[in-house]
Structures are given as C-alpha cells and as structure tokens.
Design a protein around this ligand. Structure first.
Ligand code: SF4
Ligand code: SF4
Length: 218
C-alpha cells in the first residue's frame, strides 16, 4: 500500500507540474472542488494522495529530521487555529483581485507549495496541515462529515500509540480514559500510515461512527 500511495502521489504531482508549466493550473482548482464533494463520502483523500504540497512535505520532513531541524513546538500565534481561515480569505481575495484588476489568473497554489516546504523544514507536518493550509481548512469542513474513514476497533487496540507517532496530521490519539486510539475524521487524510504500523491490525477503512471520533482541531 505504501508504494502504491507513493506512486499515486507522484502521478498527481506530475499532473500538477504539467498544468503549471502549461499555464493551466486553474484546472487544478476544479479537481480540488470535486475533491471537496468526494470528501463527504471518502474523507480527505485529496490531502492524503492528490495534494502536491503533501507530496513534497513527505520528503521535506524526512530531510528536516535528517538535518535535525525539526521541532515539536508549534508557534504560539498559530495555536488558536484562526490563521488557516485568514490564509483562505487572503488566497481567495488575491485570486479575485488579480483577475479583476490585473486581468490575469494568478495561481495561488505554487505560492502555498513553497510555504508548505519551508514550514515543514522546521515544524511537524501537522502545523501546516492543520493550522496554516487554506485548502486543508476547506477539506476539514467537508471531511468532518465523511461517510467512510479509517476507524479503530476498540476491542483490538492496546493503546501502544504507534499510530499517533505515524500520523502526519495529529488525527489519531490514544484516549487517557480507556487507552484506546480514536481517529478525528475532520483531520484524517486517510493515508493509512497508522494502519501500516498498528501491531494489532486494529485500524480499518469503514463506515464512520461519529460518536467515536475525538475533536481536537490541531
Ligand atoms: S497502533 Fe493500533 S494498537 Fe497501537 S494504539 Fe494505535 S490503534 Fe491501538
Ligand atoms: S489517522 Fe491514520 S489515516 Fe488518518 S491521517 Fe493519521 S495516519 Fe493517516
């Protein structure tokens, strides 16, 4: 699964770069809009497999760890979660104003691509995914209602926390109450990292049980 996911990510990155090189990056926004509808059924698969930022953040995080640059801290000013909404508002405003005043379609995604890599050189991927990314903000809004998602079988989970460490978006956490892992569908990218490291095979992609999701936003 790991290799299949990597191939899918690279293919979508190649498509994005092709559209960018041919001045057609706005077509990507149509794909993104479709992914929001898909998120209502399948969860945030766009974030896990399609997003070029996520695809570049994976090797960037590896490099950051190798160079000992990564910190587990989160900048204080990001913690309240408002900045992601501000970045969404600024992105939409720039796109609309550039079209209206300059008569050009300014692609905003390449700008965020650079920011995502720079942020991930220093901070854990969840900082960009959950607290900065304007696209992730919309994905969160739709993904929280997903009909299907990775889910933890409480009877099988032993609370070892391996899944917590493997998750790029802080979407899974072991509850102190019952020592069971719980997935927050709103934050989950459906990447299956947690499934791959779980020693008890306790995580499966299936119909969402909203009562069992935890509700951290970062
Ligand atoms: S890795 Fe599996 S067994 Fe360990 S806490 Fe996560 S879900 Fe539970
Ligand atoms: S909870 Fe699992 S599937 Fe969801 S983002 Fe985290 S590691 Fe990926």
């Amino acid at each position: 699964m790991k290799y299949i996911a990597t191939i899918i990510r690279i293919l979508f990155l190649a498509l994005f770069l092709f559209l960018l090189a041919n001045g057609k990056v706005m077509l990507w926004l149509i794909l993104f809009a479709a992914s929001l509808v898909a998120a209502l059924i399948f969860g945030r698969v766009y974030c896990g497999y399609v997003c070029p930022m996520n695809t570049l953040m994976i090797p960037t995080e590896w490099l950051s760890k190798k160079l000992n640059l990564q910190t587990s801290a989160t900048p204080k000013w990001l913690k309240n979660g408002y900045f992601a909404w501000i970045s969404l508002g600024i992105s939409v405003a720039i796109m609309l104003l550039s079209k209206r005043l300059l008569h050009i379609e300014l692609p905003i995604l390449p700008f965020w691509l650079v920011i995502s890599v720079l942020v991930t050189l220093r901070y854990k991927p969840a900082v960009f995914h959950n607290l900065i990314c304007p696209f992730g903000t919309l994905q969160k809004t739709f993904g929280r209602f997903s009909m299907l998602s990775e889910q933890v079988d409480k009877c099988t989970c032993i609370g070892c926390k391996l899944c917590e460490k493997a998750c790029p978006s802080n979407a899974i956490a072991v509850s102190a109450e019952d020592n069971n892992a719980v997935i927050n569908t709103m934050l989950c990218h459906q990447c299956t990292n947690c499934q791959q490291v779980c020693p008890k095979d306790a995580i499966r992609y299936k119909k969402t049980k909203y009562k069992s999701t935890y509700n951290s936003s970062n």
